[in-house]
Design a protein around this ligand. Sequence first.
Ligand SMILES: [Zn+2]
Length: 116
Amino acid sequence: MSLSQKQRCRLQELAREAQAILGESKQPNDRPMTFAELEDASIEAGDFMTALMMQAEIESRGPATETPCCPTCEQVGELQTDEEARVLQTDRGEVTWLESTYYCRRCRRSFFPAVA
Ligand SMILES: [Zn+2]
């Protein structure tokens, strides 16, 4: 995917906002951040934003099908009442979200539906 000009402009606005947020953290003696400190802070903020963006997108999606099937036997699962935390390790850190689980009576196991 490549970003459109409009997307780039909006992301530049967010980057200025992020820079203002990072600028609020004072260094000893109120000195400006060194280049290395600025790089570290920017990477940390970028990784944090990446994880939040992925989490928001994943949470907005529903299961791939209305009747998710067991990944082992492919029998239709039963929706469970409780959601469980699901964790995904990405290149930019851990992404966590809550997701419905399904239960397969044949295999006697819970499973997460495939994400669309
Ligand atoms: Zn099964």
